[in-house]
Design a protein around this ligand. Structure first.
Ligand code: ADP
Ligand code: MG
Ligand code: ZN
Length: 638
């Protein structure tokens, strides 16, 4: 379905462009809502004097112009200039321009004049002709709107329509209202940042002993770990205004716009110091200059240069601290990290079990929980969840509770919400039949191997209720506290993933195996390959044969080709194949030996649709000996 929409969207691209032009001529304000404040200073409705283009250029040379707003595709502009004869009063003057000449833009940039380009407006003579075209245009636009909604590809029609639309430049919050107490589970980061609060609140404590106050702090961590929240909390604790701008907003299609935004931002910040500037996704502008396929991106580099200039431009204790966030510090331009710029890095990692518990406490403050519900258990069930995931989890659980018309959130709602976040929406179970049995055997195959192979994580539950893309699911509970994974465990995981296919194979025969194991097999391939090439776990020995760089397009090093000969590449393939083959044989053997147990388990599973881990192990123990899984259960003292 999705695929089809994308195709449609692609196909519509040329028509889309035509329609955009038509709409712009028509002056429709609905299709391209102008979010900036440009309309309020549009040339028409402001009583301003006029001047000639030549005079305007003189003004620019004399440094009298402070800002320029360009309209109608560069045909006219409103200029703000100061008049030395009138106490430097600011005047608004209208100028007719010869068009959007690059020389003009360059001059403005050189002179450091802030300027903005607003989208083109009505051209009345076109109206008459367009009247006749109205119907097809509306029709086509309707289609485009449809296509646009479903297309998220960069460069697709959605992108084309946004061209030239001025966005809000940056956001300012006088008071964020967020305190350090609202950010949980990132104790170390908070300690590091506590100092920044002091810089903002009592700079004299540092300057009096001659210490330079740092200008920039880089927060590094995956999405959803609370970087934005931390930045807001610093502003909240220090009681200073919070300016924010996202790196992706810098990167504009009009050359020079990004840089002028940076300039505006710093200008406003200086007027409001002490304050905090937060630049989210700094990697969007701060990538290594001159990297990437197809040469550098001038616009981005200019923006970055402007940012660096601004950072160098203010004194150490100007009262402005810049906090930037990224999850890809490796691609950042090294000039950004130099002393006097973002020379401090604070990493904001996904929380461990204790962290998760304290985040859950923060977010359950305003929620009604059943008395029996233990947050500790939830924290244990959610390894890998970030702060944002946990906040989302509690919210989903609250929604489910309301939908079920219950008074307070219980364990069932939490469980369902966790499943939903990890695996997607629940679907309708299949009616009994051949497919349902096949899926049941497949899942029991996973669970069987997971239980009988000693190094595998224990089974948490097996279910035939579909979720997301999956028709059936086997859940395991990974050991969260364990940092390193052994070779035995990796092998066990490969076998576990192969268990589903092995069961289909044994029960239904080779001709009947299904595509259902596709995902499993992909996982197997990637685990086995990493064991050989990354972890040195094959008899090729401890060698790292493949780098991490997969993102050729984005990263710093354009083409890190591995220094691998064809002979080695062939050996790797052989080792991977051999490893998977051995694992599959071992898996098949276990499955064949447990045929009877499997039949019984499938019977029960088809009937009940879900079996939890303990029940599964109970039933299986009637047929065979189950190895003990020693685990380090996390000890909590909070
Ligand atoms: P990031 O900027 O790192 O992507 P955000 O700060 O935007 O993450 O986090 C999104 C939301 O997730 C926050 O508004 C908050 O509700 C929740 N959240 C994330 N991390 C934490 C945390 N450490 N403590 C409390 N809430 C958090
Ligand atoms: Mg963020
Ligand atoms: Zn499977």
């Amino acid at each position: 379905m999705n695929q089809r929409w994308r195709l449609l969207a692609l196909w519509l691209l040329p028509i889309g462009m035509t329609a955009v032009l038509a709409w712009q001529l028509l002056g429709s304000s609905q299709l391209s809502p102008d979010t900036s404040n440009a309309t309020s200073i549009a040339p028409k409705n402001t009583a301003v004097s006029r001047m000639s283009y030549g005079r305007f250029l003189d003004y620019v040379q004399d440094g009298r112009v402070t800002s320029v707003d360009i309209f109608d595709g560069g045909r006219n502009a409103v200029v703000e200039a100061i008049d030395p004869d009138l106490d430097n009063r600011v005047q608004r003057i209208r100028v007719d321009l010869p068009g959007l000449a690059p020389e003009l833009i360059n001059t403005l940039k050189e002179e450091g004049i802030s300027f903005d380009i607003h989208p083109a407006k009505t051209a009345p003579p076109a109206l008459g002709i367009l009247g006749n075209l109205l119907f097809p245009i509306i029709l086509i636009t309707g289609l485009i709107l449809l296509a646009r909604r479903s297309s998220s590809m960069p460069g697709g029609p959605g992108q084309a329509m946004q061209f030239g639309k001025t966005k809000a430049r940056f956001a300012m919050e006088a008071e964020t209202g967020v305190k350090f107490d609202d950010v949980a589970g990132v104790t170390e980061a908070k300690q590091d940042l506590q100092e920044v609060v002091t810089f903002l609140k009592q700079p004299e404590r540092f300057t009096s002993v001659g210490a330079q106050i740092p200008k920039g702090v880089l927060l590094v961590g995956p999405p959803g770990t609370g970087k934005t929240l931390l930045a807001k909390a610093i502003a909240g604790e220090a009681d200073v205004p919070f300016f924010s701008l996202s790196g992706s907003e810098f990167v504009e299609m009009f050359v020079g716009v990004g840089a002028s935004r940076v300039r505006d931002l710093f200008k406003r910040a200086k007027e409001n110091s002490p304050c905090l500037i937060f630049i989210d996704e700094i990697d969007a502008v701060g990538r290594q200059r001159g990297a990437g396929i197809g040469g550098g991106n001038d616009e981005r580099e200019q923006t970055l240069n402007q940012l660096l200039t601004e950072m160098d431009g203010f004194e150490g204790n100007s009262g402005i601290i810049i906090i930037a966030a990224t999850n890809r510090p490796d691609v950042l331009d090294s000039a950004l990290m130099r002393p006097g710029r973002f020379d401090r890095q604070v990493s904001v990692d996904p929380p461990d079990i204790k962290g998760r518990l304290s985040i859950l406490k923060v977010h359950s403050r305003n929620k009604k929980l059943e008395a029996s519900l233990s947050l500790e258990n939830i924290a244990r069930r959610t390894p890998g969840f970030t702060g944002a995931d946990l906040a989302n989890l509690l919210n989903e659980a609250a929604i489910l509770t309301a939908r079920r018309r219950k008074e307070s959130i219980g364990l069932n709602e939490i469980d369902d919400a966790v499943d939903r976040i990890i695996a997607g929406m629940e679907g309708q179970p299949l009616t009994d039949g051949r497919s349902k049995r096949l899926i049941a055997y497949h899942e029991v195959g996973h669970a069987l191997i997971g239980t009988l192979v000693k190094d595998h994580d224990p089974v948490q539950k097996v279910t035939l209720i579909p979720r997301g893309q999956a028709k059936g699911l086997t859940w395991f509970s990974p050991d969260d506290e364990q940092m390193l994974i052994s070779r035995g465990q990796l092998k066990a995981r490969i076998m576990g993933a192969l268990g589903g296919r092995a069961a289909e194979d044994v029960v239904f025969g080779r001709a009947e195996v299904t595509t259902g194991a596709g995902g499993d097999i992909q996982q197997v391939a990637s685990m086995a390959r990493q064991m050989v090439t990354k972890f040195g776990m094959s008899d090729l020995g401890p060698m790292s044969l493949e780098g991490d760089s997969q993102e050729v397009f984005l990263g710093r090093d354009l083409m890190t080709r591995s220094d691998m000969s064809d002979a080695i590449a062939k050996q790797i393939d052989e080792k991977v194949r051999e490893m998977v083959k051995l694992c599959y044989e071992e898996t098949l053997l276990i499955v064949k030996n447990q045929r009877e147990a499997m039949d019984k388990l499938v019977e029960i599973l088809v009937d009940k649709e879900t079996i939890d881990g303990d029940e599964f192990r109970n039933i299986l123990s009637e047929f065979t000996l189950i190895p003990d899984k020693e685990r380090i259960t996390p000890i909590l003292n909070t």
